[in-house]
Design a protein around this ligand. Structure first.
Ligand SMILES: C[S@@+](CC[C@H](N)C(=O)[O-])C[C@H]1O[C@@H](n2cnc3c(N)ncnc32)[C@H](O)[C@@H]1O
Length: 198
């Protein structure tokens, strides 16, 4: 990662297209895509290796790891963390939220690093998944009031909270493209900055 201006991590990267696209458009940033499921990563990491062979994409890396168990080699390296359309245990960790997970994010972020989370939840269709985490309703206000106190206690300041305007892409990831046409699904983005360590 030496020689790069910034390091960005995409946790729950899925097929890693978000990472590959930004690695091409932001060559000064080193991009790391992480997912607990190795299968969707396989195709993209093969593509990244092929592009590397052609002298491109030397700034993208894919890692098979779970968000709850990120290696200590990541400590303090990330200027930016992205979590796009989390699901399963990652959704629970982000929404409940899970203090251990917030401590992990704080551990891997560099001073004043940011974490950007984008969600696209349908309160009806995703009801069962939400119930798993003890969440009943979910609108923008529910999300903010649920997340803010815990994130603040973990040392994060909210710097942006936005809903997607019609037709606007928040991350451009594969899942955003799949979900954006659904009328019942609202897309939200939250960005937090880690307060300076004392
Ligand atoms: C709905 S997909 C979103 C994929 C991608 N971010 C996108 O927007 O296209 C959710 C991803 O989160 C991953 N995931 C779920 N729990 C995870 C965890 N605990 N640690 C890392 N990845 C996880 C899943 O394997 C899946 O690839």
């Amino acid at each position: 990662m030496e020689g790069f201006q910034r390091v960005a991590l995409d946790i729950g990267t899925g097929d890693g297209r978000f990472v590959l696209r930004l690695a091409e458009s932001e060559p000064e940033t080193y991009w790391i895509g992480i997912d607990a499921n190795a299968k969707p990563l396989h195709k993209t990491s093969t593509k990244a290796a092929r592009q590397l062979g052609k002298g491109r994409c030397a700034n993208a890396l894919f890692v098979h790891a779970s968000a709850e168990d990120l290696p200590e080699e990541f400590d303090g390296i990330a200027d930016e963390i992205y979590i796009n359309f989390p699901w399963g245990s990652l959704l629970g960790a982000v929404l409940r939220p899970d203090f251990g997970f917030l401590a992990t994010l704080a551990r891997i972020l560099a001073d004043r690093g940011t974490v950007t989370m984008t969600t696209g939840i349908d309160p009806q269709k995703d009801r069962r998944e939400l119930e798993r985490f003890g969440i009943e309703a979910l609108c923008f206000e529910d999300l903010t009031s649920r997340m803010l106190p815990a994130y603040s206690e973990a040392g994060f300041d909210l710097i942006e909270a936005a809903t997607a305007e019609k037709g606007e892409l928040l991350s451009g990831s594969t899942w955003e493209r799949k979900l954006r046409h659904s009328n019942s699904r609202s897309l939200f983005r939250f960005r937090f900055r880690l307060s300076p360590r004392t």
